[in-house]
Design a protein around this ligand. Structure first.
Ligand SMILES: C[S@@+](CC[C@H](N)C(=O)[O-])C[C@H]1O[C@@H](n2cnc3c(N)ncnc32)[C@H](O)[C@@H]1O
Length: 215
């Protein structure tokens, strides 16, 4: 990501992009051997029954929302109307909100866990520290954050044809996220850079973290 100027509003690119490619993304993501369920089950095991879980960028609700909604009260948020419609269909027992995670109004200490998977890399670079700070604020003492961050080059870019639609990406670089999490009061329990092989894109690395809010 060379930091090429982003002409259109990034959030609009992301929302329209996922509206257009939601089904293609689902098919494509289904082919990837991703560690997602290992991390989601790890989070699930650490939560008590009936925990309040907020999932940012929940997408179509599969697989993470569906898995967590078996035992917990899950609220999913997504900026794409089509993704939210699919999620309501796949996980009728969860609650969903259509909107930008950065615009959400959430009272402090409302959730036992916040989850953001394959989502933060679509948030503009200058908003990412604020996103982490908000997540920390929304967690109850001892609450858990499961997330992952793009660990590629620092900067912002628009891929004009990502699975058939323009898509916006941003990264602060893999090393930036540990300090930001700690400064926000999130202590790392697990922290791993993991590569996954993506059809058409090759090996792509993400920094996965499971963190606990300071009690
Ligand atoms: C790569 S998909 C991942 C979906 C799901 N978490 C999964 O793992 O399959 C990223 C999702 O994040 C959503 N998203 C991106 N930026 C967002 C924002 N600022 N607020 C809410 N949702 C957002 C997109 O619409 C998309 O559905």
């Amino acid at each position: 990501m060379a930091g090429r100027a982003v002409a259109r509003e990034p959030k609009e690119i992301v929302a329209r992009g996922y509206d257009a490619i939601a089904l293609r993304y689902a098919e494509w993501a289904g082919q990837i051997d991703s560690p997602v369920m290992d991390w989601v089950r790890d989070l699930d095991r650490r939560l008590e029954d009936g925990s309040d879980v907020l999932e940012l960028g929940c997408g179509r609700g599969v697989p993470a929302t569906r898995e967590l909604a078996r035992r917990h009260r899950v609220t999913g948020v997504d900026i794409s109307a089509v993704q939210i419609e699919l999620a309501r269909h796949h996980v009728p027992e969860a609650s969903f909100v259509h909107g930008d995670a950065m615009e959400l109004e959430v009272a402090p200490a409302s959730f036992d866990a916040v989850v953001a998977l394959f989502m933060s890399g679509h948030v503009p670079a200058d908003e990412q520290p604020g996103l982490i700070a908000r997540i920390a604020l929304w967690l109850r003492d001892g609450g858990l954050f499961l997330g992952m961050f793009n660990s590629g080059e620092t900067g912002e870019d628009v891929d004009d044809d990502w699975l058939g639609a323009p898509m916006f990406f941003a990264s602060l670089g893999a090393d930036a996220y540990g300090p930001l999490l700690r400064e926000s009061g999130l202590d790392l329990l697990r922290d791993e850079v993991i590569a996954q092989n993506e059809p058409g894109h090759g090996d792509v690395s993400f920094r996965w973290v499971l963190a606990r809010a300071d009690a």
